[in-house]
Structure formats: C-alpha cells, structure tokens
Design a binder for this molecule. Sequence first.
Ligand code: UDP
Length: 399
Amino acid sequence: MKDLPGVDVLFVNHAAQMGGAELSLLDHARHLGNSCSVLLFTDGPFLKELRQSGVNVSILGGAARVVALARTTGMLRGLRTAGTIATTAVAIARRMRSAKITYANSQKAAVLTALAALVARRPMVWHLHDIMTAPDFSAANRRVVIALTNRAAQLVIANSEATAAAYRAVGGRCPVTVIPNGIDPAPFEHVSRQDARASVAAEFGLSAAPVYGVFGRICGWKGQAVAITALAKSAEAHLLVVGGPLFGEEAQDATLRDLAARLGIADRVHFCGFRQDIARLMSAMDVVLHCSTEPEPFGRVIVEGMMAGVPVIATHGGGASEIIAGSGAGLLIAPGDPQALAEAIGSVMRDPALRADMAARGRAHARRDYALASVQRRVDVALAPWTSAHPIMAGHAAG
Ligand code: UDP
C-alpha cells in the first residue's frame, strides 16, 4: 500500500462494486479532488471508476477478508477474523493521522474506522446508507457497529429521516444530520426522451408497446420479482431489468429469469445487467418502477426517474416515501403487491395528462431538492468543523 498525501477527507469504503453508496461517494470524492483520498478493502469496478476520475485511491492489503463477512454474520465467525480486523484498523489509523477527518461510507468501514479512530484519537464521521432495523442485519453486527461508533464518531450523516430514525432506534447516540443523496442533472439534460426511446427500442427490439424499467442491483428485497409478476398481467408491455447481482446474488438473478420464463413473458423481460447509461435508459421508459419489499434507505433510482421526467411508481416506506410524498411526481403503493403495481401502472398509462403532470413535477422536485451541487454543499458544511481551512469551505463561508 503506497502512502497517500495528507488530505482533508479520507474516505473509507469496504465494497468495490458500484452500489448507490459507492456512487454517492464517487460524486463527493470527485468534488473534493486532490483534497481527499479513498481507501477500499478490495479491488473492483469502483476502484477503476475512482482512478478514472483522478481520485487518489488505494486498497488496504489483507482487508478483503473483512469484506467476505456477511452483514448477517454472527459474532463467532466475526471473532475468527479478529486478527485481520486489528491489522486493518491499525493500517487505517496510520492513514487517519494525515487526514483532517475520516469518512466511513459503509458499515464494515465504520467498524474498522471506529477502531482506528480510537487508536489514533482522530475524528471520524459515518455516512449511514442503511436502515439498521432491516432484517438482513444480524443483532451481533448491529451491536458491534453501534457500540464502536457511539464512542468514536463525531457525526452521523443519514441519507433519509427513516435511516436516522432506525439508527436512533438501535441505540445510536451520535449527533445526526440528514442529507439525501444528490444526483447530477447534467446527464439527464443531454438526453432527448424521443431519441432515447428510439435507440433503446432498437437495442432491445421493442415495438411501440409500453416499456417500464426497474433499476437497481439484483437482490431479493429490491423486488424485481414483483415487477415481473405485474408485467405478466399486461398483454404486450415490456420490462427492462437494469442492474447486476453485485453482492453475490447470482442465484436471485437466475430465479428472476426462471420466473419470467414460467410466466411466459421471457421475450418481454429484458435483463440488462449493470449499465452505465442510466440517464439514457430511464429517459426511454414510460414509467420507472421501484419495487423494494423492505423500506428503502434512500432510493437514488426514484430521484433519477424524476430527473429524467418519467413518472415513478414506488413502494411505501423509508426514503422512497420521503422523496415522493407530496411531490405529485410519483405514486406510492404497498410493497410486495404485483396486483397493486399493475393497477397503478394502468392508472398512469391510461391518463396522458397525468403522465405529463407527473413528469413536469418530478423534474422540478428532483432539481430543487436533490441536485448534486446543493447536496455537496450540505456535506461540505457538515464536514466544515474539521476541514474549514479548505478553500472550498472558505468559498462557502464567503458565499
Ligand atoms: N445503477 C447503475 N447501473 C445499474 C443499476 C443501477 O448505475 O445497472 C445505479 C442507479 O442509477 C442508482 C444506484 O445504482 O444511482 C442505486 O442506488 P439506490 O439508492 O437506488 O440503491 P442502493 O444500491 O443504494 O441500494
């Protein structure tokens, strides 16, 4: 591991796949440029993205074993990797000494960074992207991360009110500030919906029939099965399933393909894998579907659908409700209910005036409340107590 220069912000993230938390970190790291660096626990597409963006990034040698620990892992198995954890924490502690603030961007990163912070006596913030009461967190892991961060973290940045409430419910005692994810409007402004539709139709062999999209990593609780089941209730519409099984969910990918085949709609369900042309794909949709069966911590895809000027139908709960409620830009339905989803799609598709109204409201709402630049300013302000000597911060103070 080569030494990185002294920086204002040291980001620590365990995963190197491109999930929503990593895309959020990528934006913040690009924004801070040379005044930040990133530590990952393992190699992967995220490392490549950061490097291509000119961000200082390195991998903590040996930390890959920490990544292999599932969120549901019990304490015992965790203890077996105690040696790796100690070595990794010491390596992070060494790096923390040359950063004004260390910013843990995932739960595993928070555990390791908190240990390191206690050793190095350096400040840390934790950007919490998960609803900690979700069933896929083991009680043991929850206790460990909360106990450590309660002692070591100066601030928790929660990506929604729901995430903040769950954090407090499981015993989190650090000061919390709620800052949503920001989405850059630029890629959506460079796409015409008509052109996007024509090129996507050509790519997937689509007719003039309606086309819906469900975007996000393949994973049971993201609810792609609900979208596929709802699609079977329509005679001709197509569905794009955009996203890959990023975190070992290959079996779920196979299950979804089987489901489409069993329902006799394999020719109308298009599995796209992980894509980078999200703005183009979303702009081509008649409706963007969000189908999570558990409360969504934030839901970047909902804001992106709005940025694209496409009506969004999402499931109640968590950040999804916070983004959509009162916006007029989307409909909220019960989770895990394909019939309700099919009916909601029908109500939107039957009413062109409603579609146009939702699209216009969505564009305005997303740009007003979730534009990347303004969200980044909020993160800068949250970090300012530690980084205030930075020229970006000085600019804010002046402005
Ligand atoms: N995404 C992507 N390519 C894909 C599927 C998803 O870039 O093929 C992006 C999507 O545009 C969004 C993010 O992954 O920005 C997912 O974030 P979200 O908050 O919806 O879910 P998370 O991954 O954080 O659970």
